[in-house]
Write a new protein. Sequence first.
Length: 162
Amino acid sequence: MTLIALLSSIVVSSASLALGFSQRGFTSFAVWILILGTGWFFAIWQEWKWYSSVALFISTVAAALGLWFGFIPGWMFAGGIFALFAWDMDNFRQRLRGLVKDDEIRGLERRHLARISLLALIGLVLASIAMLVRAQFTFEWSALLVIVVLLGLGQLVGWLRK
């Protein structure tokens, strides 16, 4: 359950930042952001515990620079929010590995995902409001919101099924 949330948040974070930078003509920087996201997948597979902190730092700096230079705020906020989400999920997965497998772990996962998902939702709402105020609410942003809602509904259905 946490692995799916982790992997999807890495994809959303990398894609959001890359799209935000490429829309302003920084395509080479967008490619490096996508390489960072691909490296994050590789780091999860190799169980490199240090990579998520580095990726969070780079993603946060990239999002802050994008906001500083006046890029579309939604993409920068989404990139930063989901990088933080992925970092938290990676650290949470590492802590869960040390626990004994039982039914309480599922409850712990559900509660943690619910809390962090609520924070991500609040961040996306604030980013959407910022984009509406600046008249930059686009079709691509709507598509991202739909994808995030579908991922959330998929998680909810998975929880209810178990």
